[in-house]
Design a binder for this molecule. Structure first.
Ligand SMILES: NC(=O)c1ccc[n+]([C@@H]2O[C@H](COP(=O)([O-])OP(=O)(O)OC[C@H]3O[C@@H](n4cnc5c(N)ncnc54)[C@H](OP(=O)(O)O)[C@@H]3O)[C@@H](O)[C@H]2O)c1
Length: 293
């Protein structure tokens, strides 16, 4: 049995589908039962509940040979670091109580740093928390910036013909499709070919700038004049708050954007091992459906 947290999310749902296609028994964890029904229909067990509920999680991890563990985003949290600590501690305690031997932990580029990385600091702390567990083999996967983050720009593209964020437009940095993360995690969960504590960087197909990304999307949707615009940190923060994110989460996103712009993070050297297949050109097909819909 393999247990997947965040199983209706970007990565979890893809891991679940991969493992089901291999005939692997899985249990899918998320709060909203309705979003897990499709996986249940394909043969998964489902466990609806919250990751901060230690008793629920210990039961869900009960007979697990391996767990895919993640701290999901909570954009409304008034104190995001406190939220990450509660969920992170709950996951660690449930792993210990259920004596799970193999953990693939979703971390991030930048989790090697103790500070100045916004929400990633919580993942640094979670790596350390899990490293203190006895008798568990732990693989921390540290993916780079998700291509899926760009999907938040769909309305801006439709209404204003721009993509905008606080990130520098000219700077190439690694970007990954969540399908590549899920593929790597699925293989490790199935093979359980890691011992002790290991870290694995996942950098996607190549480094790319958001200016290049705007050109690629523009060419796919017949908007060759689609432009990338870098917003100031303050304007971006106000926009995030306006979209309903908490002050604290918005502040942390700006801290992370600053860390990316100043190359404090996402500067891991690229190798064959940390490079994967999906190009932004392939991923961008999704924009055709979303924008022309
Ligand atoms: N975005 C990036 O560029 C980036 C880069 C590196 C690492 N990361 C990491 O990746 C994570 C996001 O992964 P993702 O995109 O796959 O997530 P996602 O699509 O946002 O999915 C979150 C999943 O967690 C579940 N969930 C949320 N809160 C929960 C709770 N309290 N208890 C139980 N389940 C809960 C959700 O379902 P319900 O809402 O129904 O519960 C959903 O299944 C981030 O949190 C970050 O740690 C992100």
């Amino acid at each position: 049995m393999i247990v997947i947290t965040g199983a209706s999310g970007n990565i979890g749902s893809k891991i679940a589908t991969n493992l089901l296609s291999q005939g692997q028994g899985i249990r899918c964890v998320a709060r909203t039962e309705g979003k897990l029904k499709e996986l249940e229909g394909k043969g998964a067990e489902i466990a609806a509940g919250s990751l901060d509920d230690i008793a629920f999680l210990t039961k869900a991890f009960g007979d697990a040979d391996a767990v895919f563990a993640m701290i999901p985003p909570n954009y409304m949290a008034s104190d995001f670091r406190a939220y990450q600590n509660i969920v992170g501690a709950s996951i660690a305690e449930a792993i210990e109580k259920a004596s799970v031997k193999y953990i693939v932990n979703l971390s991030s580029q930048g989790a090697d740093l103790p500070d100045k990385t916004g929400p990633i600091k919580g993942l640094h702390d979670q790596e350390e928390r899990l490293n203190r567990l006895k008798d568990a083999n732990i693989l921390h996967i540290r993916p780079t910036y998700f291509m899926e983050n760009l999907l938040a720009s769909v309305e801006m593209i439709k209404k204003m013909n721009i993509i905008g964020s606080a990130l520098r437009g000219d700077m190439q940095f690694p970007m990954i499709a969540t399908k590549d993360i899920a593929l790597f995690a699925s293989e490790r969960l199935l093979k359980r070919d890691f011992t002790g504590i290991l870290v694995r960087d996942l950098l996607g197909q190549r480094d790319i700038s958001i200016t290049e990304i705007a050109e690629i999307i523009g060419s796919k949707i017949d908007k060759p004049d689609l432009k990338y615009l870098q917003f100031s940190y303050e304007d971006t923060k106000q926009a995030l708050v306006g979209m309903g994110l908490s002050e604290d989460v918005s502040r942390l996103i700006i801290e992370m954007s600053t860390a990316i712009n100043e190359r404090l993070i996402m500067n891991t050297p690229r190798t064959k091992e940390n490079t994967s297949e999906t190009s932004f050109e392939d991923f961008a097909e999704i924009f055709i459906r979303l924008i022309k819909a």
